[in-house]
Design a protein around this ligand. Structure first.
Ligand SMILES: C[S@@+](CC[C@H](N)C(=O)[O-])C[C@H]1O[C@@H](n2cnc3c(N)ncnc32)[C@H](O)[C@@H]1O
Length: 293
């Protein structure tokens, strides 16, 4: 049955505002920064060995903060390496924000950027049409596989581009996160058909079946959802839109659904209360696929 609720993806301006609010209330980017500082240099040690140039692709990069942090960490350890960085991002505003960030960040002259305002699927089609044979050393897709038609097919395509010792990194929700419980419980009403309810376990199953080696890193994220429980709070409404991926969820959802969603979000399976704050358990995992041959 078609969902009567409008998808957040139908309004890119509201999507960006609610994603920004999510970033402000969640520790995900801080945990990503820790990962980049503490784990990434070791993970990439074989990838960069003996290289003077790397090909990198970022898919669904948003406004590029995490991408630039990764590239800076790489440069710090390997100042002699130059980079071709292809950015695949379908939202024009995000792509423009990324370009602005690049122009405002000094010391990026070791990177050549190539911008693709398109979906991952369109990029794949274009790559195949042009019969590209280029190999890639590092590919990353953080929190974006929910938005492709077939996450497994997207992973398989990008993994096929990896150079020997190349790495593909992606992040997704873990199955036991409070947010995943919301999506599982109300999948027909919230998050729409446009959203792929994929978790790291689904992709790991695919990687196992193909005999690919990978490593998982837990990202124990939390989102401060306290404002969601204050009727009429604009920040809370933006966050609820992002959590449900429903446009103006508070105003458009039927009262029973709204009550059920709010009860679930507050349930101890999904969130915990401390210091007067309600923190949603948002366990994610960062998976690194390793190309041996
Ligand atoms: C949740 S945001 C994550 C942004 C960034 N990777 C981060 O972790 O901060 C998802 C991003 O994927 C982009 N996106 C959505 N569908 C896409 C697709 N099919 N192909 C490429 N990018 C897509 C969105 O525009 C958005 O910038």
């Amino acid at each position: 049955m078609a969902s009567p609720l409008k998808s957040l993806l139908s309004d890119s301006c509201r999507y960006l505002k609610s994603f920004q609010m999510y970033l402000e209330r969640c520790n995900e980017h801080r945990l990503m920064q820790d990962f980049i500082n503490n784990q990434l240099p070791n993970i990439l040690s074989r990838t960069v060995r003996g290289k003077s140039h790397l090909n990198v692709i970022g898919v669904g990069s948003g406004s590029g903060e995490i991408d630039l942090k990764m590239l800076s960490a790489l440069h710090l350890k390997n100042p002699h390496i130059t980079v071709d960085n292809e950015v695949v991002e379908l939202n024009p505003q995000q792509l423009s924000d990324f370009r602005d960030l690049v122009s405002l960040t000094p010391g990026l002259d070791y990177i050549r950027f190539h911008w693709y305002e398109m979906t991952a699927e369109e990029f794949e089609e274009q790559w195949k049409e042009k019969k590209m044979t280029k190999k890639v050393d590092l590919i990353h897709m953080f929190q974006m596989l929910y938005y492709v038609r077939d996450a497994g097919a997207t992973i398989s395509f990008f993994q096929s581009l990896l150079n020997r010792n190349g790495k593909l990194l992606f992040t997704l929700l873990s199955e036991n996160s409070g947010w995943a419980k919301l999506w599982q419980t109300h999948s027909y009403q919230v998050c729409n058909k446009e959203i792929n309810q994929v978790s790291t376990n689904d992709i790991k199953g695919l990687l196992d079946s193909k005999g690919l080696s990978y490593q998982g890193f837990a990202l124990p994220c939390q989102i401060d959802i306290t404002e969601c429980f204050t009727e009429g709070d604009e920040n809370g409404e933006l966050l609820l839109d992002f959590l449900t991926h429903v446009l103006h969820f508070s105003k458009s959802a039927p009262p029973e659904l709204k009550t059920e969603v709010m009860e679930l979000l507050r349930h101890p399976d999904c969130s915990m209360e401390s210091d007067g704050k309600i923190m949603l358990k948002h366990d994610c995992e960062l998976v690194v696929i390793d190309q041996h041959s």
